[in-house]
Design a protein around this ligand. Structure first.
Ligand code: ADP
Ligand code: AMP
Length: 227
């Protein structure tokens, strides 16, 4: 909208609600069960397309350990119990990280002229955070959904647990994470499916095979979007 029209609309209170980022910023949500391979594939997509990869789980773990954080204890409990950290915390952390990245003026495809492209990994895990993000922060272009069986995810998480040092890569926490995923996150995926925004990729096969399929789907997506 031209600036003058914007100002008039503001003055007349005709302006619809404005989120922090506009259509210059491409946002792809990345979902799938715990251990489905989201982080692994996001790392590849960063190489392919110059995305900024923001993992909600990583941001929460960093906040948990940040000196002086008022949320440290809350986040630790949620992670161990496999439950959802309240949306006010998670959405704010993501918004802050996106703003900081845009202020860095990254170079590479999709980053010229205040544009940007983000992979938001492990988010939204619950309907309320999807709504809050899309209302306050920005619209999602698409959802990448990595799907596989619980058996595959369990095996991968237990293997990862041997070296990850994560407090939630153990059988007890994993079971709780699976339940949260089924009860809270699947409805989010169904919601975006109804909007025709979900790209489902079978992540049961090798990292390389999943990567090839994902890369080609994302190339198609970006060729039809602004950033
Ligand atoms: P998520 O981010 O979805 O929790 P990760 O990307 O961390 O999952 O993957 C979980 C574990 O499984 C990691 O140890 C990773 O190396 C491994 N992994 C990921 N994708 C595959 C795959 N396609 N085949 C085999 N192992 C995989
Ligand atoms: P992850 O690193 O994606 O496996 O997430 C680890 C844990 O962090 C989850 O089990 C949740 O407790 C918390 N978490 C990750 N993403 C979110 C999110 N989008 N909203 C709330 N909590 C989250």
């Amino acid at each position: 909208m031209p600036v003058i029209v914007d100002k008039i609309a503001d003055a007349l209170h005709l302006q619809s609600h404005k989120s922090t980022f506009d259509s210059n910023v491409t946002v792809i949500f990345v979902l799938g069960g715990p251990g489905a391979g989201k982080g692994t594939q996001c790392a590849r997509l960063v190489e392919d397309f110059a995305f900024c990869h923001l993992s909600a789980g990583d941001l929460l773990r960093a906040e948990q350990h940040r000196e002086g954080s008022e949320y440290g204890q809350l986040i630790q409990t949620c992670i161990k119990e496999g439950t959802i950290v309240p949306m006010e915390v998670t959405v704010k952390l993501l918004e802050k990280a996106m703003t900081a990245t845009l202020e860095e003026h990254k170079s590479g495809d999709g980053w010229a002229d205040s544009r940007g492209r983000f992979l938001i990994d492990g988010f939204p895990r619950k309907m309320d955070q999807a709504e809050m993000f899309e209302h306050d922060v920005g619209k999602a272009t698409a959802v990448l959904f990595f799907s596989t069986t619980q058996e595959v995810m369990l095996e991968r998480l237990l293997e990862r647990g041997k070296t990850s040092g994560r407090e939630d890569d153990n059988v007890e926490s994993i079971k709780k994470r699976f339940n949260t995923y089924k009860d809270q996150t699947m409805p989010v995926i169904k919601h975006y499916e109804k909007l025709g925004k979900v790209i489902e990729i079978d992540s049961s096969v090798s990292i390389e095979e999943v990567h090839q399929k994902t890369k080609s789907a994302v190339a198609n997506l970006l060729s039809g979007s602004t950033a």
